[in-house]
Design a protein around this ligand. Structure first.
Ligand code: F3S
Length: 280
């Protein structure tokens, strides 16, 4: 059985950077916390916990501590609170997310009503929105955008993981809602590239294994994309979940992983598939 691992499987640039920063901080052995889980990988979060870095929901009651901001970023008020409390701040916000936050701030300050294309419940979007000083709307689709009120100047930014098509469709609707539109394409193509690669792989193999946290939206989407092309697609978090029956009569298996899946988890899965193959 041949095992093909997607070239871009696993950590994207921003997640890799945030994880490295968190492990570096863990070595310092100070009173260190992350604000929310650092990435959507329970295994990485657990490793950090074992090294003394705990997850906190908020900053209540915290003093003389180091706080790590995750790659999604946080709300402006939360960052201000951390500064007020004189905490040591390690800001691991992905630079692409930071860009989106900065655009929202400057658009607002220049008198634009801001439209953020994305999922209103996602922490990245909640963080981006908090940088607006004037009116701000979150829309998930062009259908939602068609219900926006009439505005004067509209500034549009996108959640980094949005599809280009969705941004384009929302912008088209905004053209009918305002007199002037300013658009910043803040989409990060790491997600799209990973999905394209997974699609290509799913077409070539008899079984696809997608590794990533069940709480990770991009891993879930990756599994959906693969399942459309290869019904024998399975999402797992760790090698222990692999079922040998999945590989019956399989000649080629494809492996990919979400943006928050560390390399050591991918390696463990590949090793376990090799072992299953040897026992066939
Ligand atoms: Fe950053 Fe793109 Fe990853 S925005 S966190 S590099 S998916």
């Amino acid at each position: 059985m041949e095992i093909i691992v997607a070239k871009r499987a696993g950590f994207c640039f921003g997640v890799k950077r945030a994880t490295q920063m968190a492990f570096e901080a863990a070595k310092e052995k100070r009173n260190t916390f992350t604000l929310g889980p650092i990435i959507h990988s329970p295994q990485v979060v657990q490793k950090l916990e074992e090294m003394g870095v705990k997850v906190r929901k908020d900053l209540a009651g915290l003093s003389d501590a180091t706080i790590i901001i995750r790659s999604h970023g946080v709300a402006a008020e939360e960052l201000e609170e951390a500064v007020r409390k004189e905490l040591d701040i390690i800001d691991a916000t992905c630079p692409f997310v930071k860009k989106a936050q900065e655009h929202v701030k400057s658009l607002s300050q220049s008198g634009y009503d801001v439209v953020v294309v994305g999922d209103a419940d996602h922490p990245e979007v909640q963080g981006i929105v908090s940088y607006a000083t004037g009116k701000v709307y979150v829309v998930g689709s062009d259908e939602e955008a068609s219900r926006l009120p009439k505005m004067g100047k509209i500034g549009v930014v996108a959640q980094t993981t949005q599809s280009f098509e969705n941004l384009q469709n929302v912008v088209m609707k905004c053209l009918a809602r305002g007199g002037e539109i300013r658009v910043f394409n803040t989409i990060c193509d790491a997600t799209a590239i990973r999905q394209e690669e997974a699609k290509e792989l799913a077409r070539q193999v008899d079984c696809m294994v997608v590794i990533g946290g069940y709480n990770s939206a991009n891993t879930k989407r990756l599994t959906e994309v693969c399942t459309e092309l290869q019904p024998k697609s399975f999402q797992i978090e760790t090698a222990q979940e692999l079922n040998p029956a999945w590989f019956d009569k399989v000649e080629r298996v494809g492996v990919t992983a979400g943006a928050s899946t560390p390399k050591w988890l991918i390696d463990e899965v590949v090793e376990r598939i090799q072992q299953i193959n040897r026992n066939k």
